[in-house]
Design a protein around this ligand. Structure first.
Ligand SMILES: Cc1cc2nc3c(=O)[nH]c(=O)nc-3n(C[C@H](O)[C@H](O)[C@H](O)COP(=O)(O)OP(=O)(O)OC[C@H]3O[C@@H](n4cnc5c(N)ncnc54)[C@H](O)[C@@H]3O)c2cc1C
Length: 371
């Protein structure tokens, strides 16, 4: 029997296994095989930008990023575009642009050798046996059951562990995220965020990655998500974001939690990272929350497993406050009138000499155009 079974070896699960795995007998499983290739295959569907909060979280963990996890260009500006008004501004922001597959592989490589890591293994069922939790696993060698004193769901948005262990607790508000990878046509050295209320009440983005460009959007769930995504791509094209041949498309779920939807777990099941709902409801930035919640859980487990829940709740109070604050400031970005006023004011924006201009007429025409 293990002390801990950690389901999910993304930033939250790998960090928890790194910090707690030398002291507690730990099994770390992930349904992915661990293969990583830049593009729509293998790695977590993600923009792969490390915002300042994530950079601070890495610093607090005493980590520096290896060069091969980075992918050019590094980005120092966000270009914000409001389709309805045709307004756009550049804002100074400093992101690290990473290859998400390599970033996750690096975090997994830091897990101590005492931890048993099984990749390509999926958790499919949980059973509470009183003194332990039995986890049914499916892997290349067929099904098996492993037991632990505590199971950690670090399995991201739409967490199966959360659904199985807490079926009566509502899930965080969930969007469907689509990303399409293209050959890059021009080196637009910024992160473009596009707001088009007709396509989504969240946002779309374009991020250059080496010789590729990834266009993505977080969209309300429903059968019309591909059409909404096409509208975002067309609007970005209208704003001058040029791309070449498509290389493939990927999709996943993304939480946009209200503060009341956060759940640290309970009993013999803990939740960390996006499975707990820890992800910014205003920007979808989730890596800092994954790292910080995993570190909080590792600290909570330091005195032993008994009483972990109260210690974990206390250590994640700051994360809950951060989500509350981000929910509170969300209207500044997502209420069209407020956003328009902010863009019009130019507060905090910077002048950029050669940026392509998005005129209202061009944006509107391109967003309407059939593809
Ligand atoms: C399209 C998109 C773009 C994003 N862009 C950014 C960005 O640029 N910057 C940023 O900071 N955040 C971004 N986010 C959010 C960020 O990706 C997540 O919040 C972050 O990855 C959460 O980390 P995690 O470890 O909690 O979960 P994940 O990274 O999702 O890891 C969960 C792991 O669990 C595994 N798993 C799932 N179910 C099972 C199972 N049943 N059995 C075994 N393993 C399982 C998965 O394979 C995965 O490896 C983005 C999200 C999306 C959807």
């Amino acid at each position: 029997m293990y002390d801990l079974i950690v389901v999910g070896a993304g930033p939250a699960g790998a960090t928890l296994a790194r910090l707690a795995g030398a002291r507690l007998r730990t099994l770390l499983v992930d349904r992915r095989t661990g293969a990583c290739e830049l593009g729509p295959r293998g790695a977590k569907c993600c923009g792969g930008l490390l915002a300042p909060d994530a950079q601070r979280a890495l610093a607090a963990l005493g980590l520096g990023l290896p060069g091969d996890a980075l992918v050019g260009p590094q980005l120092f500006a966000v270009r914000a575009i409001d389709v309805a008004s045709g307004r756009e501004r550049h804002y100074p922001r400093s992101y690290l642009n990473v290859d998400r597959g390599r970033f996750d592989a690096w975090l997994r490589a830091l897990v101590p050798p005492e931890v048993e890591v099984r990749m390509g293994v999926r958790a499919v069922a949980l059973r509470d046996e009183g003194t332990a939790i039995a986890v049914e696993l499916w892997g290349p060698r067929g099904p098996c059951v492993e037991r632990a004193r505590l199971v950690v769901g670090a399995d991201g948005a739409g967490s199966r562990v959360r659904r199985l262990a807490f079926p009566r607790t509502p899930e965080p508000t969930t969007y469907v995220a689509i990303q399409e990878w293209f050959e890059a046509r021009s080196a637009d050295p910024c992160y473009t965020a596009l707001f088009d209320a007709a396509a989504t009440d969240f946002y779309g983005w374009a991020i250059p990655k080496a010789d590729r460009l990834v266009i993505g959007a977080a969209l309300p769930q429903g059968g019309d998500a591909p059409a909404r995504f096409a509208r975002i791509v067309a609007a970005l094209e209208g704003a001058g974001v040029r791309h070449g041949r498509t290389l493939g498309r990927e999709g996943t779920l993304l939480h946009r939690p209200a503060p009341a939807e956060l759940l640290c777990g309970g009993g013999r099941v803990a939740l960390a990272g996006e499975a707990a709902g820890f992800v910014s409801p205003s920007s979808a930035e989730g890596v800092s929350f994954a790292l910080r919640s995993a570190a909080a859980l590792a600290e909570a487990l330091e005195p032993g497993l008994d009483g972990w829940f109260a210690r974990y709740r206390a250590r994640t109070a700051g994360l809950r406050r951060a989500i509350r604050w981000k929910s509170w400031k969300s209207p500044a970005l997502y209420v069209p009138l407020v956003r328009r006023a902010i863009l019009a004011s130019g507060v905090g924006a910077m002048a950029v000499g050669e940026s392509p201009r998005a005129t209202p007429a061009r944006l509107a025409a391109l967003a309407r155009a059939p593809r």
